[in-house]
Design a protein around this ligand. Structure first.
Ligand SMILES: [Fe+2]
Length: 317
């Protein structure tokens, strides 16, 4: 009997060691440059998630793990966005942050964070950052609280990694109260911009991350604005983006050629590499909060930011 002759390297099946002398040797597998690169992962869907309806309490994942083909909750391959609604005073929500960091925006109500870090009170419009840890507790005030949060849980889950203890974390808890955010916006709006600047946006960082201009080593946070009847120039980048609509009547985004109308407090997913632009056809200024895995891409030198539209086109629009 003659063995089948394989003419093309790509047609070779996965190879195993012929005579493994140990369990560790037996685990070896071999591919080649013809058959190792045929794994096609599903695209990241450009999806819009709505906030939980009134009267629904708990943690609501913006989960598209099924579409992404991964075995853990994920909004993009490396980030997870969630809404958290806590009931009125005395309701404590125990929470573990299985990420190196998570950013939070308080949509409505107020409350207090206790547990793994020094406790602090939060109110509507606040942003805060928490290092990964177990044993957080969220407590709502008299009006309850609705929060939005994004962390890099999927990045850690991909490698089954655990966050460092708070004392060894790369970030500390950071609180950006709404009044301070407004002060920063006033400062930005009191200045001019160069034509090439991509709109007016507030970038959040901290004492320990200021050199990198990041929020965490992995994540970036930007609070973008759009004047009425303007748009942010079409562009692309290799970081995925998760956007929360904060104020956006008459606004929409174009993502990969698809029109995505904004809904109040909706979460919009911009897939990595997708051409996109944001449009305000309404009568009021728009605001939207954008978390990206930009820190990771800056570090890897893979950001690949590119404008896809000339400045002149923006001025005529
Ligand atoms: Fe973008």
């Amino acid at each position: 009997m003659t063995a089948t002759v394989v003419l093309d390297m790509a047609d070779l099946p996965m190879q195993r060691p012929s005579a493994p002398a140990s369990a560790a040797q037996a685990r070896a597998r071999f591919f080649n440059s013809g058959n190792a690169f045929d794994v096609k992962l599903p695209e990241v869907p450009a999806r819009l998630f709505a906030p939980p309806k009134e009267g629904r309490f708990g943690v609501f994942d913006c989960d598209q793990s099924q579409a992404l083909g991964c075995g853990f909750a994920a909004t993009t391959p490396l980030m997870l966005a969630r809404y958290v609604r806590i009931a009125v005073r005395d309701a404590l929500l125990p929470l573990d942050v299985c990420a190196t960091g998570s950013v939070w925006y308080v949509i409505s109500g107020g409350g207090r964070v206790t547990g793994a870090v020094d406790s602090f009170a939060f109110g509507a419009g606040d942003v805060f950052l928490l290092p990964g840890a177990s044993g957080y507790r969220l407590e709502a005030g008299a009006e309850g609280a609705l929060l939005w949060t994004v962390g890099n849980e999927p990045q850690l889950a991909f490698e089954r990694a655990q966050p460092a203890p708070v004392a060894d974390a790369t970030i500390d808890a950071v609180h950006y109260p709404a009044a301070e955010i407004e002060r920063q916006f006033e400062l930005i709006f009191s200045t001019g911009t160069r034509d090439e600047t991509s709109g007016r946006a507030l970038i959040f960082s901290s004492d320990r991350q200021a050199a990198a201009r990041n929020l965490t080593p992995t994540l970036t946070l930007s609070f973008n604005t759009l004047e009425p009847r303007t748009h942010q120039r079409a562009h692309r980048h290799n970081s995925a983006a998760i956007t929360l609509v904060v104020q956006g009547e008459g606004c929409h985004s174009m993502v990969g050629g698809e029109r995505c109308p904004w809904e109040p407090w909706a979460t919009l997913v911009t897939p990595p590499g997708a051409p996109h632009s944001h449009h305000n056809e309404g009568a009021h200024g728009a605001r939207f909060l954008i978390v990206q895995d930009g820190g990771l891409h800056y570090h890897a030198r893979t950001m690949g930011f590119q404008f896809l539209e000339a400045v002149q086109a923006r001025l005529q629009a």
